[in-house]
Design a protein around this ligand. Structure first.
Ligand code: 6R9
Length: 646
């Protein structure tokens, strides 16, 4: 691992919100007396009724309960929209850049207010009330932000499903949330290709009972089926709606959104985030980590279907009165210079993307970057997976012209906002390290028995105490919440990540230690892919592991045992890939499928994934103890028939 250090420049230390001395002092305060620290920070948002209690948290086994600002009342839309009208109504809130480079628009805070109110009134007209769950399945168009904020305005709980998920995945999320309303578009547009969103909703609708209304935003104008009595064109409904809609006062702990995410077992779980603490945390991290100053143009390239889009395209930036760029397209369309063309077109100052994007652009060389100016860039960010030092260096040197600090931000859907990251005016960077904890965050490294390790060490990453942006529960299943995150190491939040801490106290995230893999920054439970595979009539058993992939970080490697009599053909291999895409979505496509007559199992029948991982990683020289296998012979067959990479 690289031990190169990039110190904070004098200019940065001077102009940033936080320099090193301030970071150290504020951090010490934040962990010494969290209630008083967050009591102050809570004031960064407007409250309808001020809170008197700040923190009420228990991580106790079997009784986990997390509450912040619990007797306060506020509304997220009030904070992200209305409160900016007096001071910056005519400032651009959202810069929208379409898939087609000739299509873009600027939306001011005043326009955002009108659009959100209009959308909120359409929701109300279709019976949406406080506490109802609304599923959003939209492309990256401004209506996605309007819809989110409209839900917040009327007190409805949104559940966004990424447009790359299949009808089946969408259906199970609609069902779990018991949504009566889905918001979608006729079609999405990505890289010049159409995504059949409405058709997917139609297919999902056949599988659920709860769905009553589908609001359809017109995006491409492509022809789609509209079902009488259920489907409503959004533009027609909006034309009749008023642009005046009062905000619903919400308790700080009322849910703001659900977001389904993959774990090591079972179906994806609905991560629940609430109102007050989440917004305070998203806003504060956005200001300090990205060193956001009024007037800066900020661009996060994520999709609103992921938590990064929630916290750092919509809620954090808009709570701060920022100008946030929303991009509909992909980095390689119409050319591989697209990101940098957009940076130049809109004079982007702060740019936040994922290592997988950097690695794929890196593969095309420097020229497509160097032919653009990028003079407006001041700060770069990374999120979603560990960034390898080579990609970090390239990002720094080629994209940032050796001028822009990089904030490598470690966090999770569950954490609501960034927990470990450099602050650009305060923290010297080391390529590949997420560096130091944000205010109020107390990371610890524990060994397998849960012993807290001191000094430089390597082990599992836990967080010892709560922060306001933390998830509160799994939707409808608090027991699962407690078991997943608080049972492995009692009285601590278990992240599922492994990590190393060096002699400077810097954290280096080494990746998941559970059966979750990270493919192009997308979280995937190996169990989900396995259950999709075994649902195929010709498959009797499947085991899925990750393997190192140059661009995606990890690729999906599937070992498949066929039903007796089925032939392991190339055609079947292709069929299985298509099958998984249909069951879960394109992001879950297996990269490699190995037909295996048998899987390595213990005598009690447990698949030994450790061995399968080693074979997939090409490290079969170090398989470890195989003596407990029921049939040690299967291992040789697996090695002989392993699939080639890349
Ligand atoms: C925000 C987001 C969470 C998992 C997390 C970890 C990995 C995210 C990282 C990182 C190393 C970083 N991860 N950021 N690993 N360095 N800067 O990505 O949420 O989709 O829930 O994924 O992603 O393994 O546990 P989510």
């Amino acid at each position: 691992m690289s031990e190169k250090v990039y110190p904070v420049s004098g200019d940065w230390a001077k102009r940033a919100w936080v320099d090193q001395a301030k970071y150290q002092a504020m951090y010490a305060d934040s962990v010494k007396d969290p209630a008083s620290f967050w009591g102050e920070q809570g004031k960064r948002i407007d409250w309808i009724k001020p809170y008197t209690k700040v923190k009420d948290v228990s991580y106790a086994p079997g009784a986990v309960s997390i509450k912040w600002f619990e007797d306060g009342q506020t509304n997220v839309a009030l904070n992200c929209v209305d409160r900016h009208l007096a001071t910056r109504g005519d400032q651009t809130a959202i810069i929208w850049e379409g898939d087609d480079p000739n299509e873009s628009k600027l939306i001011t805070y005043r326009q955002l207010h009108e659009e959100v109110c209009r959308f909120a009134n359409v929701l109300k007209a279709h019976g949406v009330k406080k506490g109802d769950r609304v599923t959003i399945y939209l492309p990256m168009i401004p209506e996605a932000a309007y819809a989110m904020l409209a839900c917040a305005r009327v007190g409805a709980i949104h559940s966004i499903v990424f447009g790359g998920f299949s009808p089946d995945s969408l259906a199970s999320r609609i069902e779990d949330a018991a949504s009566a309303v889905v918001i979608t578009a006729d079609e999405g547009l990505r890289g010049g290709r159409k995504v059949p969103l409405k058709a997917n909703v139609d297919a999902a609708a056949d599988k659920v009972d709860c769905l009553k209304t589908v609001l359809v935003v017109r995006r491409t104008g492509g022809s789609i089926a509209m079902k009488e009595g259920r489907d409503v064109w959004y533009d027609e409904a909006a034309a009749k709606a008023s642009t005046d809609c009062p905000v619903e006062p919400m308790n700080a702990e009322d849910p703001l959104f659900l977001l389904y995410t993959s774990g090591s077992t079972g179906k994806p779980k609905g991560v629940v985030h609430t109102t007050g603490g989440y917004l305070v945390y998203a806003a504060m991290t956005h200001q300090y980590v990205f060193d956001y100053h009024y007037g800066d143009v900020y661009w996060c390239t994520a999709d609103v279907g992921w938590v990064t889009g929630h916290s750092y395209i919509v809620y954090g930036p808009l709570a701060n009165g920022a100008t946030t760029l929303m991009f509909e397209g992909i980095p390689t369309y119409p050319s591989i210079s697209r990101f940098w063309d957009v940076v130049d077109k809109h004079k982007v100052n702060i740019f936040y993307t994922a290592p997988t994007a950097i690695r794929s652009l890196m593969a095309a060389g420097e020229e497509p970057v160097k032919k653009t100016s990028r003079a407006s860039l001041r700060l770069l960010g990374s999120v979603g997976e560990p960034i390898n030092p080579e990609a970090w260096e390239w990002y720094y040197r080629v994209v940032g012209d050796n001028r822009c600090p990089i904030v490598d931000t470690w966090w999770q859907t569950e954490t609501g906002g960034i927990l470990i990251s450099p602050l650009p005016g305060a923290t010297a960077q080391k390529p590949g390290s997420a560096t130091l904890p944000f205010f109020g965050v107390q990371p610890q490294v524990v060994d397998a028995e849960g012993k807290v390790l001191e000094g430089p060490c390597e082990g599992n990453l836990v967080i010892a105490d709560s922060w306001p942006g933390q998830m509160r529960t799994v939707y409808g299943d608090h027991q699962r919440f407690m078991e997943t995150y608080f049972a492995t190491y009692p009285n601590k939040y278990f992240t599922g990540d492994g990590c190393r801490r060096d002699a400077d106290g810097y954290y280096w995230i080494t990746g998941r230690v559970d059966d979750v893999i990270n493919v192009s920054g997308h979280r995937m439970g190996t169990a989900e892919v396995e259950s999709a595979l075994v649902a195929h009539p010709k498959v009797s058993e499947a085991a899925v592991v990750g393997y190192p992939h140059d661009i995606k970080g990890q690729g999906i490697y599937a070992y498949v045992t066929l039903m007796t009599g089925e032939e392991p053909t190339e055609a079947l291999r292709k069929e299985l890939v298509t099958w998984v895409r249909k069951e879960i979505g394109p992001i879950a496509s297996p990269d490699l499928i190995q037909f295996a007559p048998g899987l390595p199992k213990t005598r009690s029948g447990k698949i030994m994934r450790r061995i399968l991982r080693k074979i997939a990683e090409d490290e079969f020289g170090s398989l470890g103890d195989t003596s407990t296998l029921a049939d040690p012979g299967v291992v040789n067959d697996l090695i002989d028939n392993r699939q080639n990479k890349r």
